[in-house]
Write a protein that binds this ligand. Structure first.
Ligand code: PLP
Length: 330
């Protein structure tokens, strides 16, 4: 399974290309064995820790995750003979939790993933657990350089090669910042004219920090789009390789997803809906020769209990799409 990580397809998208009158491709990260881009940092962080003598057979791999990194680590750990203990926040989808338990992982659900300084956050709980369990290794993806390195050495070169150097814009969601920092750095090295665009979630501080150099008042509201947006600044996130940022609400992401699936066979994950919303917001500035690469970090099947579920849509006031679901299934 480890050999299967990476080398995902770059897929030309006819619907979006015609809609926005330029070339638009999707980097299909849901093709990774764990069905997300996070398999890449997962194997990268494990190999790096092994090399540095921080992880040995029989140890427990620990991580604070919205679920996808944990899933990547969980699958790899099973193959390599490590134990796992993951700290997920309340907001993580039931599908991710379920899959982790099926892989034999221990899972602790925490109040939030707000900040390493909040004692109830996934990061603080993971760190605490490691202190009392000496044969453990905390991957710490927000502060681990092996995270962005996986994208600098893998995802970035793949996009460059697959697009035959034609990529003009790269758009992806930002959580730890590993993807945008690794891919952005690589693409800028190849062609500094490429525009690198980050997508943030409502409730996050990243957008404000990028544009105003300061952190807006930290509110208690959550970042509703799983995997993206943060209330602290991960050291992995390199703002220097980003040209533009968009901040997207859950409503905007859901609207874009339902509009998209009416015309296309993809079933995007939640954060891919945010990427589609950013594309829509930037579309007025696109020219016919542009080639926009959108990174779809995971797959819609991870969110059947959320964005593709009627009760969830009602609870979160996305009522306009309930009719469509009823019409499709009725
Ligand atoms: C679904 C999803 N999209 C986007 C991201 C953000 O990727 P990164 O952490 O590399 O910024 C994540 C991270 O966990 C994710 O799970």
């Amino acid at each position: 399974m480890i050999e299967q990580i990476g080398n995902t397809d770059l897929i030309y998208n006819k619907y979006l290309s015609e809609l926005y009158n330029c070339t638009i491709s999707i980097k299909a990260e849901y093709q990774n064995p764990g069905m997300s881009s996070k398999d890449r940092p997962a194997i990268s962080m494990i190999r790096d820790a092994e090399k540095r003598g921080l992880l040995k057979t029989g140890d427990t791999i620990v991580e604070a995750s919205s679920g996808n990194t944990a899933l990547g680590l969980g699958m790899i750990a099973k193959e390599l003979g490590y134990h796992t203990h993951f700290f997920l926040s309340k907001g993580s989808s039931i599908e991710k939790r379920q899959a982790l338990l099926l892989h034999g992982a221990s899972v602790t659900i925490c109040e939030n993933s707000t900040s390493p300084n909040d004692s109830e956050s996934t990061m603080a709980c993971a760190k605490d657990w490691c202190l009392s369990n000496p044969d453990s290794f905390f991957c710490n993806q927000y502060y681990n350089k092996a995270n962005s390195l996986a994208h600098f050495e893998g995802t970035g070169p793949e996009i460059w090669k697959q697009s035959k150097g034609s990529v003009t814009h790269f758009v992806c969601g930002v959580g730890t910042g590993g993807t945008i920092s690794g891919v952005g750095k690589f693409l800028k090295k190849k062609n500094p004219m490429i525009t690198v665009i980050g997508v943030d979630s409502e409730g996050s501080i990243l957008y404000d920090f990028f544009y105003y150099g300061q952190v807006s008042e930290v509110t208690s509201s959550v970042c509703p789009i799983e995997g993206i947006g943060r209330k602290f600044l991960p050291s992995v996130l390199d703002f220097g390789c980003i040209d533009e940022f968009f901040r997207v609400s859950d409503k905007q992401a859901v609207n874009q997803i339902y509009d998209f699936i009416e015309h296309d066979a993809h079933l995007p994950g939640f954060s891919s809906g945010a990427v589609l919303s950013a594309l829509n917001q930037m579309s007025a500035g696109l020219r016919p020769n542009d080639h926009v690469v959108l990174l779809f970090a995971d797959h819609g099947s991870r969110y059947m209990s959320k964005i593709y579920n009627q009760e969830w849509l009602i609870e979160h006031k996305h009522n306009q799409w309930i009719i469509q679901q009823t019409a499709q299934t009725g």
